[in-house]
Design a protein around this ligand. Sequence first.
Ligand SMILES: [Zn+2]
Length: 314
Amino acid sequence: MNYIILDLEWNQALSNAELVRSPVVLYGEIIQIGAVKTDENFNFIDKIKINVRPKYYTKMNPFVQKITGITETDLTAGETFPKAAERFFGWCGEEYRFITWGFDDIDVFNDNLRLYGEEKVFGRDYINLQLIFNRQTNSEHLQCALSAAAEKLEIPIEVQVHDAANDAFLTYEVLKKLDMIKGITDYSEMSAAAAVPVAKDYIENADAANMIRDRRIADMKCPVCEGEVKIREWIFGNSKSCRNLIECKEHGVFLVKLKALRVSDNNYTVTRSVYTASEEDISSYEKKLRKRAQAAERRKKEKAVKNNDKDDNV
Ligand SMILES: [Zn+2]
């Protein structure tokens, strides 16, 4: 079996009005496929880069252009997605397992396959290297950028990042610094414990207060058994992120994080990540909650004092 370390770049709608909603909500249309192929011991075999010509989002989104450096001229020079996908899968071979950095690529890949009526989509049988990296480097439960991970592992970055082929290769270099035998063994346990984001949505004006009012995002089930959970109070980190704890009677406590990422003007995608809560997660949540209660108490007292002063003046 081979491993295919996959990275994609995708273009996005210029406005909510231009968003393709059928047959899938097309959050990103693939414009570049990059990958590294290894054997089962992670020895390098080959790499590939395919530029793809989008069918729907044919105008380059300025945010995407800024990040990737891909121009409209590059877009028109690419292959159509069905052709690119066929060539790519031919290159992947018979037996393989995907490795990605983060959860987005597989979701976007699946959306694009569905867009063209492809039956073949990928389930959870891929490896998000970010989780292995987080565990082995004691990183926070953050969705750490690939370049930040490379930096942490002291891998020099001499190429343009956000180029699919370069990112795939950089992901491979990160992988080589990790204990992958252990990582893969731990992974089944980590993903069984639902360390995957369970929702991604395209919503407008995603400040945190809005996010948690959106039922697609705020309604939650146990990530293991899909049963009822007790949902506690949301704690806001900033206007674009917040967290909460949910508890399943059978499967314990999970940490939920919401993060909004701007994709164009007023459009955001929200990623909801659910992790098995560690003791530190729980105690840090409780601490924040206590702090918030104390602050509210203080404000109440100050108000009471002010009102008393007013009364004295009468
Ligand atoms: Zn459960």
